[in-house]
Design a protein around this ligand. Sequence first.
Ligand code: PSV
Ligand code: MN
Length: 386
Amino acid sequence: MTDLAAVKAALKTQRIETPSWAYGNSGTRFKVFAQPGVPRTPREKVADAAKVQEFTGVAPTVALHIPWDTVDDYAALAAYAEERGVGLGTINSNTFQDDDYRLGSICHPDAAVRRKAVAHLLECVDIMDATGSRDLKLWFADGTNYPGQDDVRSRQDRLAEGLAEVYERLGDGQRMLLEYKFFEPAFYTTDVPDWGTAYAHCLKLGPKARVVVDTGHHAPGTNIEFIVATLLREEKLGGFDFNSRFYADDDLMAGAADPFQLFRIMYEVVRGGGFTSEVAFMLDQCHNIEAKIPAIIRSVMNVQEATAKALLVDGAALAETQRSGDVLGANAVLMDAYNTDVRPLLAEVRRESGLDPDPVAAYARSGWAEKVVAERVGGRQAGWGA
Ligand code: PSV
Ligand code: MN
């Protein structure tokens, strides 16, 4: 028997961070589609993120991406966010959109380029000081396209050296989250391709360095929940970038492609004691063809649904079936939780939190979409500018 009151209480403490770039225009390498009403400034992105928070109640922070969200005064941006009812969250670095980075950033063969990349990362920590952000999220596009192009081992040495310099700069309470991705944009070797590489670097760096699992960054068929369980056990799971994939790094809505996988991941999180603020639950998505704010609200709800199901797993019954070697019984305990329709439970949780039970409908009724389409005219819409 699961304690419903405890499940509800846990769901009320959940926090899911949304990414500023998900509010801007995005696309593929073939085309970035513009949508009316899309933010033109970091403030407008923050205003949209505040709407997601207003209707879901569990998305109180928005992650920034530097330089896409560069402003003159970060304290002022933080104050504006607070006024709107959200906070500024993780700072994401960008060492992949400059011509100098053609052969890599902190792994580049030229020390001058490496210095430039490290300087950017240090600047991101300065920004964290100003915004009060806890986490610096690092994803490196570094790698090679052809065998022999560069020395794979030396690139690891350069990576370690660059990371160590940034690690030293972290203040009390600040963390470095190292993200891995198995390929793209590099097609032969990637310098941080998997959790093992990220873990090895984080382990050497120290307790402030942790691994971030982007659910879209694995080869097809990878058992992501096993990685999650292992990283949690090693106290090295820093957070998630949730999104869905059918093929590669598709950046679709979390829980859209494989809700069962998301449930299995959340089960390991709950099981491993990771359902705490120590693990950052973030979205990393792009809404290329669908309306952005409702898609982000839907994604937040999908994560909530997977979490609710994970919390509903009857731990005692599972332990007993596992202990007695009851293979089918154990599987049934897990599937019972997964097959539960948790939408009424979440509607209740929302009602009890003073929210509309249907965040998507409430947002649609709010008129925000029409308002921003009318008001955000002129200027240059935000986009990832690929
Ligand atoms: C690129 O794959 C990526 O999606 C990474 O996952 C980062 O987290 C994100 O871009 C923002 O830089
Ligand atoms: Mn990511």
